[in-house]
Structures are given as structure tokens and as C-alpha cells.
Design a protein around this ligand. Structure first.
Ligand code: CUA
Length: 173
């Protein structure tokens, strides 16, 4: 009997150790690097990592490359409106905080699925300035039909003159 209790206790210790190692690992940055987008926690997107609020919207990278980061959640896109330059390859990186959503850029063939726990990426070039509606094209719940964002494509020089905060809103300056 004593032996058996000892065995159960030992298994519990091993189990707890295993669990704590797993949870510890999940939070190491290297884990995120090795796992790509996997391991992204939809519940803490806004708290740490690539999709914190200050990192959302369009950002200029090296050599004039442009990357847009967005979160889809029931029933909005964050940011709700983004500004990108015309005639530049724009890489979109999107994830979801809850259900599967689908960004679709009305008037183009472009679309991109937003999946919780993953980062989906695609590169699109919008050749002319203009305004695009970005409705959700994947049924995601009661508010699905009202879920729509906006994309403003502006001339390159106008985009270059915008401050980072102005690239994730369509409010006039
Ligand atoms: Cu989001 Cu439909």
C-alpha cells in the first residue's frame, strides 16, 4: 500500500514537472521562432509578440518593403482601416483572436484567411490609389455580415509622409 502511494506521488511529480516545462517553453521567444506562427496564443495577442497594438497597421521595413499586421476578431478587424502605398508589394500578416475569418478585398481577387493560433501571410500589390471595402468572407458568428474593414491605397509619396500612427487609421489628418 505504501509503495503504491509512493508510486502515485512520483507520477504526480513527474506529471507536474512535465507540464511546467511545457508551459515554460511555450513562453520562450525561441519557441515562437522555431514554431513559426504556431503557439501564438489568441487570448494574449494584444499583450505580447508580433501583434501588440503598437505593431498593427502598415509598417515600412528595410528597402522600402511594407508589412501590414492585422488581427481579425468577432466582429471587427484591428485596425479597422489601414493605409498602404500604391504600386508597392505589401505583405499582409494576419491572425485571429477567436474564430476563422476571411479578409477579402472587394474589387480585387485578393483574400486572406485569419486563423486563431496561426499567422497567415500573403503579398499583394494594389496598382492604383483608391478605397477598398474589406468584408469578412467566412461565416464567423452572429455579427459576420457586419464585419468589414477598409483599405486606403494612397500614392507612394503620400504614404511616405504619414506617421506610423496615421498608417493604421483612415481619419483625415
Ligand atoms: Cu469574420 Cu465573418
Amino acid at each position: 500500500m505504501k509503495k503504491r502511494i509512493g508510486f502515485v506521488a512520483a507520477m504526480a511529480v513527474v506529471g507536474l514537472a512535465f507540464l511546467s516545462i511545457r508551459y515554460y517553453e511555450v513562453d520562450l521567444p525561441i519557441w515562437h521562432l522555431l514554431g513559426g506562427g504556431k503557439g501564438l496564443d489568441p487570448a494574449t495577442l494584444h499583450l505580447r509578440g508580433e501583434f501588440v497594438e503598437s505593431n498593427l497597421g502598415a509598417a515600412e521595413g528595410p528597402a522600402g518593403s511594407v508589412t501590414v499586421r492585422m488581427i481579425a476578431q468577432q466582429f471587427v478587424f484591428v485596425p479597422q482601416c489601414i493605409v498602404v502605398p500604391a504600386d508597392v508589394a505589401v505583405t499582409f500578416r494576419v491572425t485571429s483572436a477567436d474564430a476563422v475569418h476571411m479578409l477579402s478585398f472587394l474589387g480585387t481577387n485578393y483574400g486572406l484567411r485569419a486563423v486563431p493560433g496561426e499567422v497567415n501571410q500573403a503579398t499583394f500589390t494594389f496598382t492604383k490609389p483608391g478605397e477598398f471595402k474589406v468584408p469578412c468572407h467566412e461565416f464567423c458568428g452572429a455579427g459576420h455580415y457586419a464585419m468589414r474593414g477598409q483599405l486606403h491605397v494612397v500614392p507612394r509619396d503620400q504614404f511616405a509622409s504619414l506617421l506610423p500612427g496615421e498608417r493604421r487609421t483612415c481619419e483625415p489628418r
